[in-house]
Design a protein around this ligand. Structure first.
Ligand code: PAF
Length: 286
């Protein structure tokens, strides 16, 4: 694997390649990232990964400074997995050589709800850096994880609306054996919090089961779920039952007739904010 730090070196490595598959990351790689690389490998050659902690997507009160930077470990993991041909690991000066005055701002309907409501500027930061990374790597295919469900939708919409010739592939959320979605932020959890953390996924499964057994009142389901989380010591930002296609709330009729749904949540456990989601369909009664 070649590790390059500049756009010029990256372009040198990729000259003439026709089916580059790309996996953008912020590093601190774990098994979920490695499965994104595996999926990329099945859809393109060569595979390029990037590691860049993007200041633009962090609010001033967020964890930009303490976000784990573990490049040497990350390189060792990628070398061992043997799926990546080039790792692009630029520094801030390479990615933002001057103040970034041109920024991509997703519309209110997608960019200011759910994560966008609680993390103002997040999707602007993500879309802007993903567009810049796409412009550096010029991939034909790029892989994103479904754990960041709304991010995946924002990136898809950006590619569609700017006619970017990049096919976006989604990878299922990778979970620990107890159900906790893998995330770089799990390392912030204390032992007691780590033991509690899988209950976030348990809660999503419970909402799904309630819907499947006939509960149609979205506001009530969400309020109950928030209440349960608070009772277990979480500080939830949201639990939201939405349509997969546009993240709007489904009507009772849509739920009844099998609209594809997703229940999404973000909640703080101690100092750590975790997100998760679960796709499902209620379907018409058998
Ligand atoms: O999901 C992430 O790790 C980041 O948001 C991304 C897509 C690499 C952009 O910085």
């Amino acid at each position: 694997m070649k590790v390059v730090h500049t756009i010029e070196e990256l372009r040198d490595q990729l000259r003439g390649q026709l089916r580059v598959a790309f996996v953008p990351t912020m590093g601190n790689l774990h098994a979920a990232h490695l499965s994104l690389m595996k999926l990329a490998r099945q859809h393109g050659d060569p595979v390029v990964a990037s590691i860049f902690v993007n200041r633009l997507q962090f609010a001033p009160n967020e964890d930009f400074d303490r976000y784990p930077r573990t490049l040497a470990d990350d390189v060792a993991k990628l070398e061992a997995a043997r799926d990546v041909y080039v790792l692009f690991a630029p520094d801030e000066r390479e990615m933002y050589p001057e103040p970034q005055n041109f920024r991509i701002q997703p519309s209110k309907a997608l960019g200011k709800i759910l994560e966008g409501e609680f993390r103002p500027g997040f999707f602007m930061g993500v879309s802007t850096v993903v567009l810049k990374l796409f412009s550096c790597v010029q991939p034909q295919v790029a892989v994103f994880g479904k754990k960041d469900y709304q991010q995946l939708m924002v990136v898809r919409a950006m590619c569609r609306q700017f006619q970017l010739p990049v096919e976006i592939l989604a990878h299922e959320t990778v979970r620990d054996t107890d159900g906790l979605a893998l995330s770089s932020r799990n390392r912030y959890l204390t032992a007691a919090e780590r033991a509690e953390a899988p209950n976030l996924y348990g809660l999503l499964q419970r909402v799904r089961d309630q819907v499947r057994s006939g509960s149609l009142d979205v506001a009530d389901l969400e309020a109950q779920a928030m209440h349960t989380l608070r009772g277990r010591g979480w500080d939830p930002d949201y639990v939201a039952l939405r349509r997969q296609r546009d993240l709007l709330a489904p009507s009772a009729d849509e739920i009844r007739t099998g609209e594809p749904l997703v229940v999404l949540t973000a909640a703080r456990l101690g100092a750590t904010r975790l997100i998760d989601n679960l796709e499902f369909q209620a379907g018409p009664p058998a």
